[in-house]
Write a protein that binds this ligand. Structure first.
Ligand SMILES: C[S@@+](CC[C@H](N)C(=O)[O-])C[C@H]1O[C@@H](n2cnc3c(N)ncnc32)[C@H](O)[C@@H]1O
Length: 300
């Protein structure tokens, strides 16, 4: 298969408050170009497997889309987004005042482990706290600097209170343009499948995923069931990223597919090939912007 360099007209920085291993904020520039070329009157950007929702936040903050749908089945990821959108001031206050100590880290880990969904603010903040204080943002990983805090980097290395408060407040100001949900990604895709104003970025758990990174209960039959839903989309525009796998190439054999390379920071230093699959009109736009190359990368 052809490997490509995806060239976007500009880059958007990191605007998600979450660290997501394998996060796709870098794709925001490509999505911006695609959405502009599609000339949707009031674009609605949908992430059925949102995680850090890095690209979506960048598009909404830059007024390139009118509405953002953030869905994630993981109760803690959902609690985070729900709280940031619906309890924004309380969340910002926690970001500004919660101590960055090993005692506090242990307490937040207990809240995360208890997974009590009756207090979404507490659960969502605990998720965020661990995401910002654990190595590589891995929830079940250890704290940066170790329990004895003897490492070069300490617990606060990735917790810049003012930067994070600013990112979270900015999302709060846009809350009437954000819908947060906690259901299976397929249900969200079906709900928007006929909406010609919708652009969906579908980034499901991968076939060979590092299951410790995030909720990953996807098996062969889930990939197959998802393909059935995506292949049946009629009106909405969509773009999907996956790890390269013969199963996925086969499931989406009738759709536009390209390999591209992405930099991973957490588990895959250097570049790893990924698969990009797209709906018809999205594929037309990508074809116009891509440059065939053997040295594939996302660049500006
Ligand atoms: C690969 S990650 C997405 C990364 C994200 N797009 C980003 O760039 O930051 C997949 C996400 O899907 C969520 N997830 C797993 N199974 C799901 C399901 N059946 N429905 C919806 N979300 C699911 C996980 O909790 C995880 O956050």
């Amino acid at each position: 298969m052809e490997r490509v360099k995806v060239v976007a007209s500009r880059r958007y920085g990191t605007l998600s408050p979450l660290r997501y291993p394998g996060g796709k904020s870098a794709l925001a520039g490509l999505f911006a170009d695609v959405i502009a070329a599609l000339a949707l009157p009031t674009p609605c950007y949908v992430e059925p497997y949102a995680g850090g929702a890095g690209a979506g936040i960048a598009l909404l903050r830059n007024e390139l889309v009118d509405h953002l749908v953030i869905n994630d089945l993981d109760p803690a990821v959902h609690a985070f987004w729900h709280s940031v959108v619906h309890k924004n001031e309380a969340f910002v206050e926690l970001v500004e005042t919660t101590p960055l100590t090993i005692d506090e880290w242990s307490a937040q880990r207990e809240i995360y482990r208890a997974a009590d969904e009756s207090d979404l603010l507490a659960l969502g903040f605990a998720f965020f706290y661990l995401n910002r204080t654990n190595r590589s943002g891995v929830l079940r990983g250890g704290v940066i600097g170790g329990l004895a805090q003897t490492g070069t980097y300490k617990i606060d290395a990735r917790f810049n209170r003012s930067t994070l408060s600013e990112r979270i407040s900015a999302i709060g100001r846009l809350s009437d343009k954000i819908t947060v949900s906690n259901t299976d990604g397929r249900a969200v895709i079906l709900a928007h499948a006929n909406d010609t104003n919708a652009f969906m970025y579908i980034d499901p758990p991968y076939v060979k995923a590092g299951s410790q990174l995030y909720l990953n209960s996807f098996e062969h039959r889930d990939h197959t069931a998802l393909a059935k839903v995506v292949n049946g989309i009629k009106g909405a525009h969509w773009l999907m990223t996956y790890d390269t796998s013969p199963l996925i190439e086969r499931l989406y054999a009738k759709s536009f597919q390209r390999r591209y390379a992405l930099n991973y920071s957490a588990r895959h230093p250097g570049q790893a090939d990924e698969l990009m699959i797209a709906s018809r009109y999205v594929a037309d736009v990508i074809r116009q912007t891509e440059l065939a190359t053997t040295d594939a990368s996302i660049g500006t």
